[in-house]
Design a protein around this ligand. Structure first.
Ligand code: SIN
Length: 505
């Protein structure tokens, strides 16, 4: 798919630090040791999950590269943060225009390294770009407060200031949108950025940074280093230990989020953590069942089920259980699985072998504990590659199954049958996670009761597509804290300064 890029310069395979595209410092250190017969190439492979083939090599960076990036970002901060909001907004808007102008190529890069069908990748480019545009506009609306005089001759004023250097660590499931919605508000607030994309999907992030460079961002304002799974701790630990990095923004697993929270305590960094979920999707007897099936299809099978807000447990009230399962099964059985490059594909490959193994483990465990397969339940298209899993519907799911407690992150919809509202609220909340929840009902009193009782940061009511640049995205409990999108998403990159001026009378 990368061979069809119109602008091949988008395919970057180097770090970007202080306005220079360069290899890891490990490369030159190893070069000097070549005579001693040691390995000379500090790069790692990027593969296409649709085929398993290697499509690029990018730097396998270490702590020295991370520090170079921080040096550049720290040096750029004073000048960038003092620019007017309008100047920052104009640059971010230029970046937004370039993203849209390259949407087809960016979509091809996303599909090549992440595996989602091309139309979904194009949707992701537009989705990510919407955050860039939103925060460009929000930059010009940053404002503080003037507090009514409490003491004669004394003025109290509240300013909003950028926190400083931000480290953004991003996931593979939305390689463009997740990094865009971290970098854009950071830049809008006046922060400078160092970032590290997921090892599975560095190419989209590098292309995005390249477009920011083309938009005219000044040197050092935005820096990116790539690293393999093995080298990532070296890069991240360098940022955790560095007191110049004032904020970490991370999307990924809860164990890693907890590690970042613990290890950043030494320098008390501000944190935004968008972590794992275990979303319940509840269908009450009084729901519009066709709308509920539609909502579940959108929420469950987007990106092959590889989203943090993906419904992980589907609760259906006993009175409508069989009808709902029948309607859902028909839709799921019709989904077409295939490589991102095939126009007819609706479900691409899973990201890697670990991901497919987890999905299969959850399905096997459920079957051993009494679940019934209505559709799917196995690996498919094994001749195309090892990462394809059939869209699956299971009934007779119970809390004892692994898929009830862990995020499956794949195209599996387990149906739990329930009788009473109280019972389903208790079960839906019986998880340490609290990112998203969904429910379908036409009873206005129930809607308010249930929306308030669900312990999550996001609730979909008769709606399966929740995310928007204008809305605050984020969780409660062990799904993390901080918000992305909306004015709250900008606030997370600023601190509040109180000025008190006396002797004015
Ligand atoms: C995620 O999966 O982390 C983000 C999903 C979204 O933005 O809708």
């Amino acid at each position: 798919m990368l061979t069809t890029l119109t602008h091949r310069d988008l395919l970057r395979q180097q770090n970007f630090i202080d306005q220079q595209w360069r290899d890891s410092r490990r490369d030159s250190r190893r070069d000097s040791r070549r005579d001693s017969g040691r390995d000379s190439n500090a790069r790692f492979e990027v593969t296409d999950p649709s085929t398993g083939k290697v499509i690029a090599h990018v730097p396998d960076s270490d702590a020295a590269d991370a520090r170079d990036a921080t040096d550049a970002a720290a040096a750029a901060f004073p000048e960038w943060s003092r620019r007017t909001a309008r100047e920052r907004a104009q640059l971010i808007k230029r970046w937004h225009a370039l993203i849209l102008a390259h949407d087809q190529d960016l979509a091809r890069i996303i599909s090549a390294e992440q595996g989602k069908p091309l139309y979904e990748s194009l949707g992701e480019v537009r989705y990510g770009a919407s955050y860039v545009e939103w925060f460009a506009e929000e930059a010009t609306r940053i404002c503080g407060d003037v507090i009514a005089e409490a003491v004669p001759g004394r003025k109290m004023i509240v300013l909003k200031e950028p926190v400083g250097v931000v480290a953004a660590i991003t996931p593979w499931n939305f390689p463009l949108a997740m990094i865009a919605r971290k970098i854009a508000p950071a830049l809008a607030a006046g922060c400078t950025v160092v970032c590290k994309p997921a090892e599975d999907t560095p190419l989209t992030a590098l292309a995005l940074v390249y477009l920011a460079e083309q938009a005219g961002l000044p040197p050092g304002v935005l820096n990116i280093v790539t690293a393999s799974r093995a080298q990532t701790p070296a890069v991240v630990d360098a940022w955790l230990a560095d007191s110049r990095v004032r904020k970490i923004t991370f999307t990924g697993s809860t164990p890693v989020g907890k590690h970042l929270a613990r290890e950043s305590a030494g320098t008390l960094k501000k944190l935004s953590l968008e972590l794992g979920g275990n979303a319940p999707f509840i269908v009450f007897d009084d729901a519009d069942l066709d709308a509920a099936v539609e909502g579940l299809m959108a929420a469950k099978f987007r990106n092959g089920g590889q989203t943090c807000v993906c419904p992980n447990r589907v609760y259906v009230q006993a009175g409508v259980h069989d009808v709902f399962v029948g309607k859902l099964a028909k839709r799921v059985a019709a989904l077409r699985v295939g490589p991102a490059s095939e126009e007819t594909s609706q479900i691409g490959p899973m990201i890697n072998a670990r991901a497919v193994a987890k999905i299969d483990r959850h399905v096997r465990d459920a079957l051993e504990k009494g679940a019934h397969v209505v559709v799917g339940g196995e690996r498919v298209r094994t001749e195309d590659g090892p990462h394809y899993y059939a869209p699956t519907v299971l009934t007779r799911a119970t809390p004892a199954m692994a898929l009830a407690g862990e995020e499956t992150f794949g195209p599996v919809a387990p149906i739990f049958c329930f009788k009473h509202e109280d019972e389903v609220i208790r079960d839906a909340n019986d998880t340490p996670f609290g990112l998203a929840a969904y429910f379908y009902s036409n009873d206005v009193r129930r809607i308010w009761r249930v929306a308030q009782a669900l312990e999550t940061g996001i609730v979909g009511i008769n709606e399966g597509a929740l995310a928007s640049e204008a809305a605050p995205f984020g969780g409660v409990k062990e799904s993390g804290y901080g918000r992305e999108g909306s004015r709250h998403g900008l606030d997370d990159y600023m601190h509040t300064k109180y000025l008190c001026q006396g002797q004015l009378n």
